[in-house]
Design a binder for this molecule. Structure first.
Ligand code: NAG
Ligand code: NAG
Ligand code: NAG
Ligand code: NAG
Length: 361
């Protein structure tokens, strides 16, 4: 127990020689309390949790070659470098992480909130959206993607294998693209997925109402999130990540950042060991390393601004429309199990548009 005398706040107490037993008990108590706080992630402000293992076959560990994101070591198969910059300043650039096969989702977004995002601020204060993909390593699918991009001009495709366990790479490609191509030319970066309906009628006024800052990170905050150790898709072993909870992080479906925060999250993520649970990694662990704070109430988004893990997100929008309350800002469909996701996305957008028309006129 000698090492305890090196813990400064324990040594600072002047122990009476006659109370040796009590002193040892007190030191033990301090150690136990600190260990419990660390275990529960409560000291995460000063103790930054780490991903500990690089051993193969530890559950949750996949080799993610983030090295390719440094310097110029990333090749783009499809790109639109002129979407940002080119003399005009964008209000919002939406980077929508998409799977190569999900062309129906992309068409749905183009026809619904994507079109509204482009239209909303007009030529003076334009916004844009782009889909971010990897390489499907499938010639016929690649030919279809090239054709889709010729027609719409909105695909960013980087040269890495597009697979679920490479989600972190795709997320970082989106951030890197925003940081390299848009810095200084855009006010906000929206990172979202191809099964999310963004209620632009709420998002754009909300962003305009924020106090001027270049430090915003806006999202559905997952507080004191438990680490899944059991047989889920997101299983992470103790060998890889020891604490029982993750730092607070932004839940997957959508977050909004300023370009400055995007750059800090990107740089911090490249500096630590990557893992495949991309939202935890980027907006939780790397965020702590970067010293980026989640925006506080009343400016932070609230859970009610999202449909999350709901089996029937359309019903949530319909109910809010009927009750006269605010509609959610993001309709995330990751909890919807039916095989007609794009129908539900369109139906949610119809509710948003109809409600907007009715309440305005
Ligand atoms: C690690 O996993 C691979 C593929 O599942 C397997 O072939 C290999 O034997 C495993 N290695 C160890 C040390 O368990
Ligand atoms: C390639 O993609 C096409 C079209 O989606 C699909 O029909 C085919 O099975 C895929 N081929 C392989 C080898 O996965
Ligand atoms: C991720 O992409 C890299 C680069 O293409 C590849 O080497 C790696 O095998 C991929 N990993 C997975 C899990 O697909
Ligand atoms: C598909 O989506 C629509 C929303 O437009 C929903 O009303 C309908 O019940 C769904 N159909 C099936 C077969 O899941």
């Amino acid at each position: 127990m000698r090492f305890l005398s090196y813990v400064p706040f324990v040594r600072a107490v002047r122990w009476k020689p006659c109370a040796r037993g009590a002193a040892t008990a007190a030191r033990l108590l301090v150690v136990v309390v600190v260990a419990m706080l660390v275990w529960h992630g409560m000291l995460s402000v000063i103790y930054v949790p780490k991903l500990v293992s690089d051993a193969r076959n530890v559950s949750g560990y996949f080799h993610i070659p983030v090295r390719m994101l440094r310097g110029d070591g990333l090749h783009f198969i499809l790109d639109h470098p002129q979407t940002c910059g080119g003399g005009r300043r964008l209000h919002v650039v939406a980077l929508i992480v998409s799977a190569p096969r999900n062309h129906a989702n992309r068409d749905t977004i183009r026809a619904t909130w994507g079109a509204a995002l482009r239209r909303r601020h007009g030529d003076d204060d334009p916004s844009a959206f782009l889909f971010v993909l990897g390489d499907p390593r499938n010639a016929s699918l690649q030919a279809a993607l090239a054709d889709e991009d010729r027609r719409h001009g909105d695909l960013i495709q980087a040269d890495f294998i597009d697979s679920y366990f490479n989600m972190t790479l795709k997320h970082l490609v989106a951030l890197r693209w925003a940081v390299r191509r848009c810095r200084g030319d855009v006010s906000f970066v929206l990172k979202t997925d191809d099964d999310v309906v963004v209620n632009t009628h709420r998002l754009l006024p909300y962003l305009s109402s924020l106090p001027a800052t270049d430090e915003a990170l806006l999202c559905y905050v997952n507080k004191n999130p438990r680490v899944f150790r059991d047989e889920t898709k997101w299983r992470i072993s103790r060998a890889l990540y020891a604490a029982a909870t993750y730092p607070d992080y932004c839940a997957g479906p959508a977050y909004v950042v300023t370009p400055r925060v995007a750059a800090r999250l990107f740089d911090a993520t490249l500096a630590i060991r990557p893992m495949f649970v991309d939202d935890v990694l980027v907006s939780g662990i790397a965020r702590l390393h970067a010293g980026v704070r989640l925006m506080r109430a009343p400016y932070q988004l609230r859970p009610a601004d999202f449909t999350m893990w709901e089996p029937d997100p359309l019903a949530t929008f319909a109910r809010a429309a009927e009750d006269g309350g605010a509609l959610p800002m993001f309709g995330a469909l990751q909890g919807y199990a039916g095989d007609n996701k794009t129908d539900v996305m369109r139906a949610i957008w119809d509710v948003i548009e109809a409600t907007q028309r009715r309440r305005r006129g």
